[in-house]
Every structure is written in C-alpha cells, then in structure tokens.
Design a binder for this molecule. Structure first.
Ligand code: SAM
Length: 222
C-alpha cells in the first residue's frame, strides 16, 4: 500500500471517530499561514494522546516540542478543571504562534509554553504532583536525555510517549548513522537498561507516513 492509501484509511476512520474541532483546525491553519512546517501529529494520533490522558486521569502533562500546539491542544482538552499541560519549545516563532493557538482554543488557563532549549527548561520544572503523562516530540537527537529528564518527573503508573521512533524503517537500518536515528537507538538502549520501566513500540502508518510511538510505563519512580 502507498501513502495515499494510508491517508484514505485515516480519513475513513476519522469520519466515524473524530468530530470537527474549530480550535484544532485553527491551530493547523495559523501554523501553516505563518510558514511553520506542519510536522504535527496526525488527527488520529492527537485523539490517541487525548484518550491516553483521559485514561490516566492526567492532571499534569508535559510535552517536549510544541510546534504550533496542535498536540498540546489535543491533550489540554483531556484535562480536568485545575489540570495543566506545560510544553517546551526552543523556537520563539513557534512558541508565539502556539500561545496564540492555545488562546484561540480558550485553553490559556490549562496550557503553557516555556520558551528555550528543553534541556535547559527541565531543571526549572517541579510538578506537584508529578507528571502523569509526558509526550516527547522535539529534536530526535536528544531523545535519550529527554527520557532521562522526564523519567525523574513522572509518577509511578505514569506514561512517557516518544514520537517518531521508527522513521520509515530507518532506525532499524544500522547502516544509517544520522543523528536522529542514532538518538532513537540510544533511547532504546536506555529504556532496555532501566529496570523501573516497561515499554513497547507501536508502528504507525497514516497520513503522516510510516513511523511509530514508543509507549513507556513507569513502574517505579526515581
Ligand atoms: N508536538 C507537536 C505536534 O504534534 O503538534 C510537533 C512538534 S515538532 C515535531 C518538533 C518541535 O520541537 C519544533 O517546534 C522544534 O522547534 C522543537 N524543538 C527542536 N529542538 C528543540 C529543543 N532543543 N528544545 C525544545 N524544542 C525543540
């Protein structure tokens, strides 16, 4: 099958399972209109993150990599009154547009963007209670350090999801040594060596191509 088939299948299922959402559509349009590449999660993946947040009863969520806050808004929609999602973003333009998109969605009291390199922002975070859910979707080279930093801030029973861990099969091709796939391989080794977590990779195909989510359950906090 081809990319066109995957897109068709996403659209087919979305017709039944997803409803139109003005705020999410605005976020995509406003991101695109400002010349930011639309490398956000797909609609179906956004809904998946939303459902995961609801399933966990998440009150505190962390995201690494905001872009135009498309995934941020999906997860914020799952939060109860008083819940919060913090999203870390290095690009000032992305952070600005994200803040606009969050405001347009009426979610400014629940979603906050912190501008700066994520590894610099991590030490400033002290969520209380700890995070229920972390979504890592920024520069892939730093997947390992992001996992290590997030790991310390997630509650027992919490979940860390890492996007783009398959990369059209490139991660599994050891002849390739680009920093992004090397970053995912480092993450795989770290997760394997961490006895306090259990994890699996779910490959995804859809209108964003062939890729995958790593789902990491934290059994023991550190
Ligand atoms: N999660 C978003 C969504 O699904 O709508 C997409 C995020 S996009 C794939 C990756 C984002 O990570 C970009 O906006 C990029 O500027 C940001 N980024 C790259 N390096 C970063 C860093 N060191 N710290 C924080 N954000 C970073």
């Amino acid at each position: 099958t081809t990319h066109a088939d995957w897109t068709k299948t996403d659209q087919y299922h979305n017709k039944y399972l997803l409803s139109q959402d003005e705020a999410l559509e605005f976020a995509l349009k406003n991101t695109d209109a400002n010349g930011i590449p639309l490398i956000s999660v797909s609609a179906a993946q956004g809904k998946y993150l939303y459902l995961l947040a609801k399933t966990l009863g998440a009150k505190q969520i962390l995201e690494v990599g905001t872009l135009g806050a498309y995934s941020t808004i999906w997860m914020a929609k799952a939060l109860p009154e008083g819940g919060e999602i913090i999203s870390l973003e290095v690009n000032p333009k992305h952070a600005k547009i994200s803040t606009e998109n969050i405001a347009h969605a009426g979610l400014s009291s629940k979603a906050r963007v912190i501008l700066g390199p994520a590894l610099d922002s991590f030490p400033t975070l002290s969520p209380s209670p700890p995070f229920d859910l972390v979504f890592i979707d920024a520069d892939k080279d730093n997947n390992g350090p992001y996992f290590a930093a997030a790991r310390k801030l997630v509650r027992t029973g919490g979940v860390i999801v890492v996007d783009n861990v398959v990369r059209n099969g490139r991660v599994a091709d050891d002849s390739l040594q680009t920093t992004d796939v090397v970053g995912v391989r480092k993450l795989l080794q770290m997760v394997k060596d961490d006895k306090g977590v259990e994890a699996t990779t779910m490959s995804t195909v859809g209108d964003k191509g062939y890729d995958g989510f790593m789902y990491i359950l934290v059994n023991e906090g550190i």
